[in-house]
Design a protein around this ligand. Structure first.
Ligand code: SF4
Ligand code: MG
Length: 318
């Protein structure tokens, strides 16, 4: 399949001051990401909170300006587009957020919320009502609810509204940032199934951001594992879950609870906390927490290495 998105050397550094007398620190939230996303697939980005996955997702759609790097979408580098050209792209590139309540204007009816992207893209008024009714129906809500306000809906329903809003312009690519993390487990699978049905129906591509490996295993075709602003491993879901290569991925997967009591699994406990992205460790960023750390790991940054098509950034494989 063809790539829909190609990301090269994406970086996002924030200036952060801890006090007026302190020098400005640069938080390396995203530190040189390379990524190819194929048409129609679900690529998940997984990692602990603070690893830079949300920042990456926002940079990909230029809701945040990247510090450097290229983001090629269907032959165009999004980072080079002017504001007006980028706004025109919005119809193809949409985001679903973790907490739709925080991003749905409480003063507007659902009808009005769903109309907004249509107005922004100058969809003629005569077509809007039908599109809104069709879309609310597609996400499993009753069109009779369109004149209600966000607070009149449950969490799961609100996420359906958030998804409807993202769908209004029939996008090609959706970045979904922790779309089910705020929901009860029983509701989570309903929303995941909805996302999968919509993907089949519209042939969309998803970049799915999550800290929850159980959710990621349910929905992904391929998985990228992020640690401290970098992708440390990327492979097909089956390979990554059955044969993780990077010591960090191994630890994450060992921590997934198992339901089968006969299955034996050794849990790898990570040492220490996630270091600050303002002062990441030298060499391999994971080295202070790695059980396989070697001398070279403390000084040299590991390169992206391919093992049977699976990308891993670790000196054990170079
Ligand atoms: Fe561990 Fe070294 Fe691999 Fe980093 S490069 S994950 S420290 S073995
Ligand atoms: Mg986040």
């Amino acid at each position: 399949t063809k790539p829909i998105l190609e990301v090269k050397g994406l970086k996002k550094h924030f200036a952060a001051k801890s006090g007026w007398f302190q020098p400005t620190e640069y938080v390396q939230a995203v530190n040189g990401i390379n990524l190819t996303v194929h048409e129609g697939e679900t690529l998940s980005i997984v990692g602990e909170s603070g690893c830079g996955k949300s920042t990456t997702g926002r940079c990909l759609l230029r809701l945040l300006e990247p510090t450097s790097g290229e983001i090629w979408y269907r032959g165009k580098d999004l980072t080079k587009l002017a504001g007006k050209e980028m706004r025109a792209m919005r119809s193809q590139l949409q985001m679903v957020f973790q907490d739709p309540f925080a991003t749905l204007n409480p003063k507007l009816t659902i009808r009005r919320i769903l109309e907004e992207p249509l107005i922004a893209q100058k969809v003629p008024k005569t077509r809007r009502a039908a599109l809104i009714e069709e879309t609310i129906h597609i996400v499993g809500l009753n069109p009779s609810h369109l004149d209600r306000y966000p607070h009149q809906f449950s969490g799961g329903q609100r996420q359906r509204i958030g998804i409807a809003r993202a769908l209004m312009l029939r996008p090609q690519l959706i970045v979904a940032d922790e779309p089910v993390s705020a929901l009860d487990v029983s509701i989570q699978s309903q929303i995941l199934n909805l996302l999968q049905d919509l993907q089949e129906q519209f042939g969309m591509t998803y970049i799915f951001i999550s800290h929850d490996l159980g959710v990621v295993e349910h929905i992904s075709d391929r998985v990228a594992v992020m640690y401290l602003g970098e992708i440390v491993e990327l492979g097909s879901k089956a390979e990554l879950f059955q044969n993780p290569l990077h010591p960090y991925t191994k630890a994450l997967i060992s921590a997934i609870p198992i339901s089968d009591p006969d299955e034996q699994k050794e849990r790898i406990i990570l040492q220490g906390d996630l270091p600050s992205p303002a002062s990441p460790p030298k060499g391999c960023r994971f080295h202070p927490r790695c059980q396989s750390c070697m001398d070279i790991c403390r000084t040299e940054v590991p390169k992206e290495t391919y093992v049977l098509g699976q990308m891993v950034k670790c000196h054990l494989y170079s």
